[in-house]
Design a protein around this ligand. Sequence first.
Ligand code: VGL
Ligand code: ZN
Length: 224
Amino acid sequence: MEKMAISDKDTLLVIDVQRDFCAAGALAIPDGDAVVPIVNQLAQHFRHVILTQDWHTPGHHSFAASHVHRHPYETIQAPYGEQTLWPDHCVQGTPGADFHPDLDIPHAELILRKGFRPNIDSYSAFLENDKTTPTGLAGYLRERGFQRIFLVGLAYDYCVRFSAVDAVRAGFSAFVIEDACRAVGLPGSVEATGQEFAELGVKRIQATDIQPCLESNFSSAGLS
Ligand code: VGL
Ligand code: ZN
């Protein structure tokens, strides 16, 4: 495919590149750390970058330990529908909730926190898992005039998936840069992600499909 030139109307949405999703983290995603250099490099080609941060209260409803006789990766019926249970992770203000120490995107313009309501999880950067509570991101993106959203980060089959799908539903074009993502990989989760992307028109691309921006390094000091 012809390389895609990135414009001022595009934004890179970096999903949950946090310690707890990387090696030795509480919810370590296989090979999760591998996205960091790829994301750092990609971010050089985008003037506009947004980071998301999974940001749970202690004892969050999505934690298996918050429910009696429940184990991580089981599914429960929440008032808003099915909810997978996870190990305690990304608790507000803890080291595990920090961004990966090697993530290097000083020009990121917004850090959007999600999953901070004790009784609702939020995989998507747009809508919480009840599918109705907005995070405000769609309004932010619209107000700033962004049209195309490029997604990278963790995890491909959860937060990247739900964010990409909701981006399209909110009227944006969504491009998931697949080699800049890694998956949790629960049974069927990656296959379901590909299927849903195809159904909804989320496009799947590779980092090499992005036209390198030759004119400037956006993270360098002095950029207006
Ligand atoms: C995520 C499970 C629980 C993710 C967040 O970032 O994909 N997955 N919380
Ligand atoms: Zn979470």
